[in-house]
Design a protein around this ligand. Sequence first.
Ligand code: AMP
Length: 112
Amino acid sequence: MDCLFCKIAAGEIPSQKVYEDEEILAFRDIAPMAPVHILVIPKAHIGSVDEITPENSNLVAHIFQVIPQIARAEKLEKGYRVVSNCGEHAGQSVHHLHFHILGGRQLSLEMA
Ligand code: AMP
């Protein structure tokens, strides 16, 4: 499958990894929108939040267990935002489920 994040997960395209285990990978966003901007992905291909099912939601739970560990390692004790863009109206540009972790400065309160 021609998926950028599948290639990053497979190590075929380099990334700045901050966390990895058998199921998930976290790496720095190539175009950071905050001092800390990390993407967390399942290694298995899930297209977006819209494709989360009872069969694969364990990966999402695992991602959300690891996010606080990453936040601690990145010294985001003042807070951070977790975002997932899903589909055209949200501006999803890579069609492999990913959660943005944004922090390191006061973030805008604008949600839309
Ligand atoms: P989204 O627009 O929510 O689909 O987010 C996709 C994100 O992937 C964007 O923030 C991009 O900057 C980021 N991105 C695209 N290509 C790469 C790459 N090769 N390595 C790291 N981040 C990337």
